[in-house]
Design a protein around this ligand. Sequence first.
Ligand SMILES: [Zn+2]
Ligand SMILES: [Zn+2]
Length: 130
Amino acid sequence: MSPVAGRCECGAVAYEVTGPLRDVVACHCTQCRRTSGHYSAYTSAAAADLTFLRADGLRWYRSSDSAERGFCERCGSNLFWRPLAEPLRISIAAGSITGPTRLSVSRHIFVADRADYYAIPSDETQCLGW
Ligand SMILES: [Zn+2]
Ligand SMILES: [Zn+2]
């Protein structure tokens, strides 16, 4: 399996994933809406399978008591989400992956927080929580 690569818009953060990626989870919570500008779409990987090729732009924002979000301080790209209590996995913004992801959206979470200007496709799984 060839590694999946991704990066932020300016290139100050770049990464490679050598292991399997989870299907994409779309999160409609208010934190994801604010930080992404819409709703978030994250895949995830084992933290051990993620290698940074460049990380000089990477900064972490503590978005709650239990998690932090990685972003590029130069271009503002949202890139990562990780729970502080479970550092073995890391969520990766699906839009930062370069080229075909071969993934699909598996479910939508925190759908009660959805904004009113878009609809969630009715054939995709919707969850009130995680
Ligand atoms: Zn950047
Ligand atoms: Zn969220």
